[in-house]
Design a protein around this ligand. Structure first.
Ligand code: HAM
Length: 418
């Protein structure tokens, strides 16, 4: 095995302490917030049949055309690592029958996109996403936007910008494509190679192109909303009014189209200036997608956890401060004391008190050094004398005091103080 084989694959990371403490805190805060909205977790597999993604995300999107980890398994099946969470959730709902049609679910887990790795752009990254089926109304869309803002605030993210737009009802999509083609035709030869192909395939994707010259051209043409029906524009107005009513700060951005094809009606994206070029913290919208013989409508969003962590670290959070050292460190002199301390350690742990001890047979001095280094508030010492008398020395590291106690009192004291 080469030394490179000991590293994770490019664009993928091991998430270790101390950063993992921040991830755990984010997850547990989020689970509490989500339960206040009556949303339950759904865990779907990381691998799906490629067909689940092809039609739902749109086969002319970058995610499907360029970024999917697609492979054939030993049985010759065409499979893909999920590039996002919505399609798998809808696959589950489609298979689960009638009672799942009103599902409100969330997921937290890894997603995979074979993009060129850059700051904030990973090949394996993590999303927290929510999908709500059932109600199809501006109020249902606003509920999701409100939840997203609530999550970001509960994590302590400051100064995020919520941008909102519409992709129009499904019937508008052809008119939007036609309007865009008319507006872009005079510039066709100046567009990048990808966009020249997109012009016929799916001109909406040109609006989303990151090429500076394409962006310049797009900024000079009418906004996508100008090609839409009154119904779509009224729907967006209602969403914006409801957001105001709930005092959720959001700005209308008529150029926002999002990178996936399943959206219909409201779309939104949250950006943060602390992130650099990849400045999207999260995005979502209302969608209508077809899977198997059914058509499914829902609204949802996904937040990029790596980017949340990056913003929080930028705001000065130090994950090392979230580490929780064991409450008690047990120190023993001699084999018999080690064995008795193991019993004590187990009974502490069974009572929910975190406890550690040296299991390598090191000297008392080395054990005390380890206890100090771990930063435990209590150290329990069992030397020869204590063994003889059936007692323990309890050192309170914060108070700097030391007390000799028998087992029942020791347990009582530790339970009261932890
Ligand atoms: P998305 O905008 O493709 O939407 O991804 C959502 C978020 O995932 C982004 O805003 C970003 O924070 C994070 N993200 C995406 N790609 C990467 C990457 N390569 N590296 C790091 N972070 C990344 C969706 O995936 C939709 N499924 C959201 C949705 C749910 N819409 C409706 N329901």
């Amino acid at each position: 095995m080469s030394s490179g084989a000991l590293q994770p694959i490019r664009g993928m990371s091991d998430i270790t302490a101390p950063e993992i403490f921040l991830w755990q805190q984010l997850e547990s805060t989020a689970r509490k917030v989500l339960s206040a909205y009556g949303i339950t977790e759904l865990r779907t597999p990381i691998v799906e049949q490629t067909a689940v993604f092809l039609r739902s995300l749109g086969d002319t999107t970058d995610v499907v055309q360029k970024e999917m980890y697609r492979f054939e398994d030993r049985g010759g099946r065409d499979l893909a690592l999920r590039p996002e969470g919505t399609a798998g959730i809808i696959r589950h709902i489609a298979g689960a029958g009638q009672e799942a049609q009103d599902a409100r679910v969330y997921y937290i887990g890894p997603m995979f996109r074979a993009e060129r790795p850059a700051a904030g752009r990973r090949r394996q990254f993590h999303q927290l996403g929510v999908e709500a089926m059932g109600a199809a109304s501006p109020a249902a869309d606003v509920e999701m936007i409100a939840l997203q803002a609530h999550l970001l605030e509960s994590w302590g993210i400051r100064n995020f910008v919520m941008q909102v737009n519409t992709r129009g009802v499904g019937e508008d999509h052809a008119a939007v494509a036609e309007g865009l083609r008319d507006a872009l035709k005079p510039h066709l030869s100046e567009l990048c190679e990808d966009c020249q192909r997109r012009f016929e395939e799916n001109p909406l994707r040109i609006v989303d192109c990151k090429n500076p010259q394409c962006r310049e051209i797009v900024s000079g043409i009418p906004a996508v909303t100008s090609f839409m029906s009154q119904e779509s524009r009224d729907y967006l107005d209602e969403v914006l009014q409801l957001l105001q009513h709930l005092e959720i700060p959001a700005v209308a951005n008529p150029t926002l189209v999002r990178g996936l094809d399943y959206y219909a009606h409201t779309v939104w994206e949250v950006t943060h200036s602390g992130l650099g070029a990849q400045d999207a913290l999260s995005g979502g919208g209302r969608y209508a997608l077809k899977l198997g013989r059914g058509a499914y409508e829902g609204v949802g969003f996904a937040i990029g956890i790596e980017r949340i962590v990056a913003v929080l670290m930028g705001q000065g959070i130090d994950p090392a401060t979230l580490a929780q050292p064991p409450r008690v460190w047990l120190v023993a002199q001699g084999e018999a004391a080690v064995l008795e301390n193991m019993i004590l350690m187990q009974s502490l742990r069974l009572r929910g008190i975190s406890a550690m001890m040296d299991l390598r047979g090191r000297s008392m001095k080395a054990q005390l050094r380890a206890a100090n280094k771990a930063g435990c508030p209590f150290v329990v010492i069992r030397g020869d004398q204590e063994m003889e008398q059936g007692t323990f020395q309890l050192k309170d590291m914060q108070e700097g005091s030391q007390t000799e106690l028998a087992m029942p009192e020791l347990l009582e004291r530790l339970l009261a103080r932890t």
